[in-house]
Design a protein around this ligand. Structure first.
Ligand SMILES: C[S@@+](CC[C@H](N)C(=O)[O-])C[C@H]1O[C@@H](n2cnc3c(N)ncnc32)[C@H](O)[C@@H]1O
Length: 217
């Protein structure tokens, strides 16, 4: 995995920091920040990014602010989330760079043909309705569909939250599913606090072998 050694050292520092702040409930944010840092090492000119769970738009704005990212597609099933994100994108004058899709990410293949960087940040809209959360049934379809469109040398990042019921199901499923991915086609890296069972964690899936992806553009 690209720059793995360097990143490993970097992570160890962050994990120590994470443990210090976890009691204040800030661990989630830190894991997401680590995923962003990792993503930066994978960007190349004209990268296409997909935010499969827009929420409050923090991941979206991270993508939109990267000059190497040419375009970002963003999915959410809640109009409220899309509205929040549209406002942030407009304030940053990045409208040209972002396509919003008010639909479930399980239908992603209807909208996108191929991409380089993708992110699923599972769970519910922060400060929104906690009953509207990602669900295993649709999450697993969406991740499989996304992986089939991931370009070589691209990464798909999953942030999983085993601390709530729906997240626990996603966590169990993806932990098993990741092990079934071909080692010839993919690398799978876990970023996880192994002594905090309910803490959110990141899964990074890198496509290492080319797969013919039909481009409809
Ligand atoms: C934890 S939030 C995402 C956090 C977000 N990326 C951010 O930076 O603030 C999860 C989001 O996934 C959305 N969601 C739930 N099910 C979905 C689905 N099937 N397709 C797309 N989005 C979905 C929720 O509405 C919620 O806004």
């Amino acid at each position: 995995m690209k720059e793995f050694l360097f990143f490993n050292l970097f992570l160890n520092e962050n994990i120590v920091y994470n443990e210090d702040i976890q009691e204040k409930g800030e661990n989630m944010k830190k894991i997401v920040d680590m995923m962003h840092d990792f993503i930066l090492t994978y960007l190349h000119e004209d990268s296409i990014a997909v935010d499969f769970t827009l929420g409050q738009g923090n991941d979206l704005m991270f993508f939109a602010n990267q000059y190497k990212i040419a375009h970002v597609y963003g999915f959410d099933i809640q109009k409220e989330a899309i509205a929040i994100c549209e406002e942030k994108v407009a304030a940053a004058q990045k409208q040209e760079k972002v396509t919003f899709i008010l639909d479930g990410h399980q239908h992603c293949k209807q909208y996108i043909k191929a991409f380089d960087i993708g992110m699923f940040n599972f769970g519910y809209l922060p400060q929104g309705d906690p009953t509207i959360t990602t669900l295993l049934e649709t999450s697993k379809v969406a991740v499989e569909e996304a992986l089939s469109m991931l370009r070589k040398k691209g990464i798909l990042v999953l942030v999983v939250y085993p601390g709530h019921d729906a997240g626990k199901e996603e966590s169990k499923y993806f932990d098993t599913w990741c092990k079934t991915l071909s080692a010839h086609e993919f690398n799978v890296l876990y970023v996880r606090l192994s002594n905090h069972l309910h803490a959110p964690y990141g899964i990074i899936i890198e496509r290492i072998k080319n797969k013919k992806i039909e481009e409809k553009e």
